[in-house]
Write a protein that binds this ligand. Structure first.
Ligand SMILES: [Mg+2]
Length: 158
């Protein structure tokens, strides 16, 4: 694994949810945020969705698991700033999977939402009745269809 870690964000930099992330990223010399969409360079995608929501959906596999210390800190930073971070994963809801996630996380009161392979955005909306402010995920096609409004407004054109 390479030392550098690149996050993609191409949206409103004045959003509080982005600024919480940006401020933590600025403490890491090897982390950068880039507005350039490049699937070969971007390690994780930060997609701004619904400004009315205070929920931050963080992916598990190949997102949280790559830098658990960073993501634990990020979760605390969001809690402190009044946001509600959740873990949203394509994993199944069986106990073993969810237990493994709980063990690696510092903050105990973070909801874990396994979608069992369903698109995350529609699952969260339909099954949980929630909208998401910010998605943080290494695999954006797992969030929603690649030609939907979310991808377009975040500059993802595939
Ligand atoms: Mg992932």
């Amino acid at each position: 694994m390479s030392d550098s870690y690149q996050l993609y964000y191409k949206n409103d930099k004045q959003q509080k949810s982005f600024q919480v992330l940006e401020s933590l990223v600025s403490t890491r010399s090897n982390f950068t945020i880039s507005p350039v969409f490049n699937e070969f360079k971007c390690d994780v995608y930060v997609l701004f969705d619904n400004p009315q929501s205070n929920i931050i959906a963080i992916d598990w596999d190949n997102t949280f698991t790559v830098h658990p210390k960073f993501y634990n800190k990020l979760i605390y930073a969001y809690l402190e700033a009044g946001f509600k971070p959740i873990i949203c994963t394509l994993r199944g809801s069986d106990a073993e999977d969810v237990h493994e996630i709980c063990e690696l996380m510092d903050a105990g009161d973070v909801e874990i939402c396994p979608t069992s392979g369903e698109h995350k955005r529609s699952y969260i909306k339909q099954k949980k009745g929630m909208n998401i402010n910010l998605w943080i995920d290494d695999f954006f096609p797992g969030i929603a269809d690649c030609d939907c409004d979310l991808m377009l407004k975040n500059g993802i054109l595939v």
